[in-house]
Design a protein around this ligand. Structure first.
Ligand code: AFP
Length: 367
């Protein structure tokens, strides 16, 4: 076998750590534990039907829904378990929160409690797992607010996790596609690692990724178009008008319904992703979750020279109000996201009789 000529994730982390002479090594150890959880999930996902892991998670009496009211897949539950049990023992974490758990997870005794919080969506896109679409895990690392001397006796509470995305120490995702990749930012650019299936190691294959600032590709669930706000309709209509419209160029549209896969495509070749706030369900201010979907992907996009927004303000600046808060999200190529923000800031004339955005008046959607 050829001598591996790509640096491993471990080497990358050790070299990064040299920039912080006071670092204890806790952070690197935590990232390696997260990577181990992702490798375990990748292997389980790869077995598919052979592993008996497809289909809905069911307990006696029927299927199970998570705190979002969504049906849990067997792989959602398994992936959550991998994250919890592979990272809880190392002494680096004060607590965790996940899409699949209503309340924060306490690090069990006898494990030591550490200085970081781990927030994750263990298997994004999982409603498509049974049709073999690429899925992934998304994670965000924050600092725990508990002072060092108090960690042992202090349980984490929801408020500890309610930190804006600008406070993330690191964020990343693993994509379980034709190859398994780990994409990571520790706040100094974005690096992509490919899992070498023989060595079982993530190798640095995509250093310092950059999202092209311009694009001719957008991603949105067009079946929701009747629920969109006017600025989103305007943006999409202009893309669809193509070369003969105001944009003067043709656009391509993509929709995988697995945000982590869309984010990866955008990181690789540019594009813009929109899951905006709409009026489909007035009680749901957006589809995606702020803490473990929008913030980590937003951090990665911004670190790669792209942009992430609610449509009105940078998503990383939003002060979270609850653990499972949903939010409108637009991210990708910088100039397109800025254009969408501009459309939201301009006064628009709404033709719709629309209870969320009010009817037939001049107003700013972001006001
Ligand atoms: P699941 O993890 O439940 O499949 O949800 C995936 C997701 O949150 C995100 O990854 C997709 O972009 C979005 O939902 C797809 O939503 P639609 O069902 O509206 O296409």
């Amino acid at each position: 076998m050829a001598f591996p000529h790509h640096p491993t994730l471990t080497r990358f982390l050790i070299e990064e750590r040299c920039r912080f002479p006071d670092a204890s090594g806790d952070f690197n150890a935590l990232i390696l534990d997260v990577a181990m959880a992702c490798k375990s999930i990748a292997r389980t996902v790869a077995y598919g039907e052979l592993g008996g892991v497809l289909g809905n998670h069911a307990e006696e009496g029927g299927g199970v829904v998570n705190v979002q009211g969504e049906t849990q897949k067997k792989l959602d539950v398994l992936s959550n378990e991998f994250f919890l049990h592979i990272t809880e023992w190392g002494g680096h974490l004060a607590g965790m929160a996940s899409e699949e758990m209503a309340v924060p997870y306490q690090i069990p005794a006898p494990y030591r409690r550490g200085k970081y919080l781990l927030v994750f969506d263990p298997l994004d896109g999982s409603s498509n797992i049974d049709v073999n679409v690429s899925v992934g895990s998304i994670f965000s690392i924050l600092r725990a607010p508990q002072p060092e001397g108090k960690r042992a006796e202090c349980d984490v509470v929801e408020a500890d996790f309610l930190q804006p995305g600008t406070r993330q120490v690191a964020a990343g995702y693993a994509l379980y596609g034709p190859t398994t990749m780990l994409v990571l930012t520790v706040g100094s650019g974005v690096n992509g690692f490919t899992l070498d299936p023989n060595l079982g190691e993530f190798m640095l294959t995509h250093p310092q990724l950059q999202v092209p600032v311009d694009t001719q590709e957008f991603a949105i669930n067009a079946s929701n178009s009747r629920f969109w706000a006017a600025p989103v309709k305007r943006y999409v209509d202009e893309c669809l008008a193509g070369a003969v419209g105001t944009r003067g160029k043709d656009f391509n549209m993509r929709w995988i319904a697995s945000m982590v896969a869309e984010a990866h495509r955008i990181l690789m070749r540019g594009g813009v992703f929109l899951y905006p706030r709409d009026t489909k369900d007035a009680a749901r201010p957006g589809r995606l979750r702020l803490l473990y979907e929008a913030n980590p992907i937003g951090f990665i996009m911004e670190q790669a020279g792209g942009r992430a927004s609610t449509g009105c303000i940078p998503v990383l600046e939003v002060q979270p109000e609850s653990l499972h808060q949903r939010i409108g999200l637009v991210f990708g190529s910088k100039h397109e996201v800025e254009r969408i923000e501009r459309y939201h800031a301009e006064p628009v004339h709404i033709e719709l009789d629309n209870p969320l955005f009010h009817d037939r008046s001049l107003f700013r959607v972001c006001a």
